[in-house]
Ligand binder design. Sequence first.
Ligand SMILES: NC(=O)c1ccc[n+]([C@@H]2O[C@H](COP(=O)([O-])OP(=O)(O)OC[C@H]3O[C@@H](n4cnc5c(N)ncnc54)[C@H](O)[C@@H]3O)[C@@H](O)[C@H]2O)c1
Length: 665
Amino acid sequence: MTLKEQILQGIPSELPAKKQYPEGINRAPKRKDILSIEEKQLAIRNALRYFPKKWHKELAVEFAEELQDFGRIYMYRFKPDYDIYARPIDEYPAQSKQAAGIMMMMQNNLDPAVAQHPWELITYGGNGAVFQNWAQYLLTLQYLATMTDEQTLHLYSGHPMGLFPSSKGAPRVIVTNGLMIPNHSSPDDWEKYNALGVTQYGQMTAGSFMYIGPQGIVHGTTITLMNAFRKILKKEENPNGKIFLTAGLGGMSGAQPKAGNIAGCVSVAAEVNEKAARKRHEQGWVDVLVENMDDLLDRVRKAQANNEVVSIAYIGNIVDVWEKFDEENIFIHVGSDQTSLHIPWTGGYYPVDISYEESNRMIREEPELFKEKVQATLRRHAAAVNKHTAKGTYFFDYGNAFLLEASRAGADIMAENNIDFRYKSYVQDILGPMCFDYGFGPFRWVCASGKSEDLDMTDQIAMEVMQEIMEHSPEEIQLQMQDNITWIADAKKNKMVVGSQARILYADAEGRSKIAKAFNDAIASGKIGPVVLGRDHHDVSGTDSPYRETSNIYDGSKFTADMAIHNVIGDSFRGATWVSIHNGGGVGWGEVMNGGFGMLLDGTPEAEARLKKMLFFDVNNGIARRSWARNEGSLFAIKREMERSPNLKVTIANLVEDDLLKDLF
Ligand SMILES: NC(=O)c1ccc[n+]([C@@H]2O[C@H](COP(=O)([O-])OP(=O)(O)OC[C@H]3O[C@@H](n4cnc5c(N)ncnc54)[C@H](O)[C@@H]3O)[C@@H](O)[C@H]2O)c1
């Protein structure tokens, strides 16, 4: 059977043979065994509704085994035999080009070179799913292959509810992931309802088909680091020879050295897991590998003296480095941490003075003792950081729960009011006020032809557009513009493409819209093939997340989720090809609502009209909300936007004098 025939048949008419799980594939961990006997029966009944009755007897036994062995029913037998990756858009069977673009993006998220657990349909983050099972995948692709531009496919947490009549201007797909009645959104609710097959954790770009591999995290980390240095350096200074100290060379934290090099500093990343450190070194993500403290001190001093740009991995515990650098009076300009403190008791954070192997034994055999050691280490860690910040180091929390867990361990980490932490998070201090409030966020695109020449051409177009905008940009956003021009100029050199031909670039509403229009013109004139636009959910408007994306909202509204919901509804009727809204994401189930979109540009005037309307709203919705929360940058940005867009009328907050409130109560 050809690929087209296989996609068009959906669930095969003959029961496929049972599959052997292949060697060397990164398999999802066994999930919690949380269902009662009755609930397990319900899970099997739910799974079997995808298949004809004649197969039920055989599949019931198999699915019960999967549920028992892995805690979920993935329906491995139905995984198709063809290779799954982002094919050129024309290779997909489709009546709708937009639907073909969505198939391409879905397949990219499930490409074994891209996805974390491809057989369990998980793209990243341990649980970020595209679908719950292979039946959903097969049916969805069949619907996409047969639908027209006058229909919309509704996906409920991976389940294709069906095609409904709509119109050309409507989205082709509406995605919801993990949406729950609020009181039923605890982590165990996810375990239970996911095991029942009725909901899934879409993370951010996993369940919305917009993941582009490590490029996204490298760019975000670079932007954060550049701006962190900017906060503390004088205008005429640059980060060369200045130290950024951090920990972690794992999944996402491994981006830190690469980002350090692009930002132009000396980065030192401690990593207790020797294998992880060596892997990053072999991959070329970190320049120098150092195995003992004396060598580290020598290498760092040399890098300082020569004003070098270099990334150094130290195999060992981060606490030793903070303490030793204090003793030796090595000045750290910027400090942070990316150990996995969101999971402190199961290997996310390793205690000092205990070997890596011994720690792992303790996790299994003496979990209580391990917890004590972690908490004692966190107290030492915070104390050492405090010594450096007293000397002038700028320290920020990297969204990994360092401050939260340190405070729970009783570390000296609270501010004088005993409510806030002594240090701010990267969103509160850097990304929020310097990027999101002005509308700068992780805009991205994918060249649907699959050609790297197209990506080169789009890089060039985007750079020219940004340079042109910069010529008349106000002072407030000049630095952001310059950073992104530098990023796009070097983007190819940084060799970040894995899977689809994708690029990320932080841009504001004007930048996103003008770049997209220039792409559409280039498609119309035949210079490049179609382009899919999108963004990370970790952005200006898409995500309500009180401890991350909206942590710099101080009017009390950070615990509301209106912005994300307005965003997804607003984008959907302004021209998005697909929209998605999720519960969950980087910070956990029940802790965040996040949404995104995808838009296929095909060079038509209709695409131009859509991109203009939708990208404008997609960014300015969040700026308006941030301005209502009295955020300074957003007040500036939304007033500027109203001046040049007469149809935009946003309610502007009146600011209140502090003195007026002092004696009221
Ligand atoms: N803010 C963001 O944009 C952002 C981005 C990425 C990751 N994060 C957060 O950062 C954390 C790390 O993510 P990841 O994907 O890299 O996780 P990971 O678990 O793959 O990597 C963390 C690494 O830290 C190492 N480590 C643990 N304790 C250590 C210690 N005391 N000293 C030295 N090394 C130690 C571990 O061995 C591991 O390799 C997570 O909590 C994640 O949520 C935030």
